[in-house]
Ligand binder design. Structure first.
Ligand SMILES: CC(C)(COP(=O)(O)OP(=O)(O)OC[C@H]1O[C@@H](n2cnc3c(N)ncnc32)[C@H](O)[C@@H]1OP(=O)(O)O)[C@@H](O)C(=O)NCCC(=O)NCCS
Length: 434
């Protein structure tokens, strides 16, 4: 990548870096992902998330590792309802497989040789008896024996470890109050941990890229769409993944991401680019148009500062923005990234308002963002009793002409605005009856 391309890419990720900092992500992957050749890179990417201030909880599985030990012991694996039937002799294989897999993950997270991507990461990995389990019991006449379900997640204990900057690694074994160990489904476990922590995201890393239908990746799914796909699915692994996603999203986790363990960089692409790499599940996957609050000032400055430098927009100081923040309307991406802004200023003439500071994040141009924002501002202006809008612009005349504005003169502006008109800037004036 040329240095310019690199700098540009890095800048484009900045809204996502701000949006994710301090948030809790529960990331789950199966034992097959640990065995995959790409696992080193996945761990480096997870370490990077931690370094960017994301509170990371990892939940792992160990199915192929358990299979291997069961086969070596001369036993046979038995599955029903998509779950392993864990006989009392098989639980020993589960414990060994989970223990060895956990150690492998911990060792990967401990690497830090100079000139390696993990150099300086110094990740503190913490585990503990955070999960209380109960037996699945007998279903359709089948006794699942030491296969368990989550009974309780000690969210307070996990949270306190996250607050201290640790990465929490949770293995798919839970203990009953009688002290017995139970084999848990890692996806169900991850989903319940995410709900207990009120996590911003649950990320399920799988062999698949996400949900693929008719040979193409489904980029986003609402909860009802997810459920209908799950019901129609004939693939056990996919059903389990979608079931965990449904459970988490239906119980307060805002976003569930389904990404691939096989594609290099898929986790980072999913979290730090507009298009992502996998499937995003959310209750409602549409952007939000809302009035700005004082907390948005930083985001607005970041959006408009480059345009001010290019003199496309008039310079506004932070203090001025803070004073005028109630004039601003924003379009916000489901991830919390600010996509666009516009402001409506009243004038001394009660029926005339000034539209100003219309800007869309460069990565999101030509998607109708400014148009939707403009439509919302017009509705808002009408409610406030305004009958006319005007705008001053140096470079965007045609955008306004195409939205019904007509060219006007300085003399057409409200008197107070005429006296402030900057003849040096020589903006063109457009007005529109609403
Ligand atoms: C002008 C701006 C707000 C448009 O944002 P956007 O979200 O991309 O706009 P929309 O998606 O709603 O509209 C896109 C359409 O406007 C056109 N367009 C974009 N900028 C334009 C410009 N300067 N002049 C004329 N048309 C323009 C696009 O070509 C596209 O046309 P199409 O639908 O025929 O392909 C954005 O380009 C921007 O931030 N510009 C810099 C700030 C600015 O000039 N603000 C106005 C002064 S207050």
């Amino acid at each position: 990548m040329k240095s310019n391309g690199y700098v540009e890419f890095f800048r484009q990720t900045s809204p996502y870096i701000h949006a994710h900092r301090g948030k809790t992500f529960v990331i789950a992957f199966g034992g097959d992902a640990v065995l995959h050749g790409n696992f080193h890179s996945t761990v480096h990417d997870i370490a990077l998330l931690q370094s960017l201030g994301i509170r990371v909880v990892l939940v792992h599985g160990a199915r192929p590792q358990t299979e291997q030990r069961i086969a070596l012991s001369g036993l046979e694996s038995e599955f029903s309802h998509g779950l392993r039937v864990t006989h009392s002799h098989a639980i020993q294989c589960v414990k060994e497989a989970v223990g060895a897999t956990r150690l492998q993950i911990e060792s990967e997270l401990s690497m830090g040789l100079p000139n390696s991507p993990m150099h300086g990461a110094a990740i503190r990995v913490i585990g503990g008896n955070f999960i209380t389990a109960k037996p699945v019991g007998v279903r359709d006449g089948i006794d699942f024996q030491r296969t368990g379900e989550v009974r309780r997640v000690d969210g307070v204990a996990i949270d306190s470890q996250l607050q201290q900057g640790s990465l929490v690694l949770i293995s798919p074994i839970g203990f009953s109050p009688t002290g017995e160990a139970f084999n848990l489904s890692y996806q169900d476990l991850a989903s319940q941990v995410a709900v207990a922590l009120n996590a911003e995201k649950l990320i399920l890393i799988n062999q698949a890229r996400g949900v693929v239908r008719d040979n193409s990746l489904v980029r986003a799914l609402s909860l009802p769409e997810l459920e209908s796909i799950r019901q129609a699915s004939t693939d056990d692994a996919e059903q389990q993944m979608l079931g965990a996603a449904y459970q988490a999203c239906g119980n307060g986790v805002d976003r569930v991401h389904l990404v691939s363990c096989a594609e290099d960089g898929s986790l980072l692409t999913e979290l730090f680019t507009r298009d992502g790499s996998g499937t995003l599940v959310m209750k409602d996957h549409s952007e939000v148009i809302r009035p700005a609050t004082i907390d948005d000032v930083g985001g607005i400055i970041e959006l408009i500062a480059p345009l001010e430098e290019q003199q496309v927009l008039v310079k506004r100081s932070r203090e001025l923005l803070e004073t005028e923040i109630s004039r601003f309307m924003l379009v916000v991406h489901p991830e919390g990234v600010l996509l666009g802004c516009a402001a409506l200023y009243p004038t001394a003439d009660n029926h005339v308002g000034e539209l100003a500071c219309v800007a869309t994040h460069p990565e999101f141009h030509d998607q109708g963002i400014a148009t939707r924002l403009f439509d919302t501002i017009v509705q808002d202006a009408k409610k406030k009793g305004l009958t006319q809008l005007f705008v001053l612009t140096t470079q965007t005349a045609h955008w306004f002409l195409e939205r019904g504005f007509v060219e006007a003169q300085v003399a057409d502006l409200p008197a107070q605005k005429q006296s402030l008109y900057n003849y040096q800037r020589n903006s063109r004036i457009f007005s529109k009856a609403i």
